[in-house]
Write a protein that binds this ligand. Structure first.
Ligand code: CA
Length: 213
């Protein structure tokens, strides 16, 4: 009699099949906690943009072709010539100081740079002051130039903290050896994040905060 009869061989075959089925089942199983290709793809690896944020591009000239008014103008050198983008054209008050020109930016902006291109003959000591206000409120002095200036010079100011919520900008000349004139006035900034109700108003403390003296 064959001791390895059909019954004994069949038991080993069945056991082998069970073992193979178990191995296949284990291979098909995804171990908990092991990352799949999909989870790696959706990981929180920071993008290059977040590691190296792009430097903001300079804004466009907000004063270009804006509405302007002036204390006085020569018939052929109107106020609009100060914001036409052409340094060859000039606004000329036709009078000595004090004279001013006002620019309406059309909306409130947080300003970070103003460039004034001088039209002046003869050269000499001048005083110009930049003031700003919002939709409402009074003008507040933002900056004062006191320099020896000449024709074609650019007066360039970039306030560190910026000038917030300015819609109207006024440049007033209080001292100059020549008639008051500008070749070009350029203004740069971004739309204001401050609510319009606070535009031009003096800074006030919230009632819940007591300023430290
Ligand atoms: Ca011009």
């Amino acid at each position: 009699m064959n001791r390895n009869g059909p019954s004994s061989t069949g038991s080993r075959s069945a056991a082998l099949l069970v073992a193979m089925a178990t191995l296949v089942a284990l291979q098909a199983c995804t171990l908990p906690g092991r990352p799949t290709a999909a989870s790696v793809a959706e990981s929180t690896i920071p993008s290059l943009e977040s590691l190296h944020p792009a430097t903001p591009e300079p804004s466009e000239n907000l004063a270009l072709h804006s509405l302007v008014t002036a204390s006085a103008s020569l018939p052929d050198q109107r106020a609009s010539a100060a914001v036409d983008g052409d340094p060859q054209t000039v606004w000329n008050a036709g009078w000595h100081p004090p004279q001013w020109i006002e620019i309406d930016l059309g909306a409130a902006f947080d300003l970070d740079r103003v460039i004034l291109t001088v039209a002046q003959d003869p050269r000499g000591g001048t005083v110009h002051q930049i003031s700003g206000r919002g939709e409402t409120g009074d003008y507040r002095l933002l900056y004062k130039f006191h320099d020896d200036t000449g024709d074609g010079l650019e007066l360039d100011v970039s306030p560190v903290a910026g000038w917030g919520a300015v819609r109207y900008l006024k440049i007033e000349t209080t001292e100059s050896p020549s008639w008051v004139a500008w070749r070009e006035i350029a203004v740069f900034g971004r739309p204001s994040s401050q609510p319009l109700a606070q535009v031009g108003a003096s800074r006030t403390w919230p009632t819940s905060i007591t300023p430290q003296s």
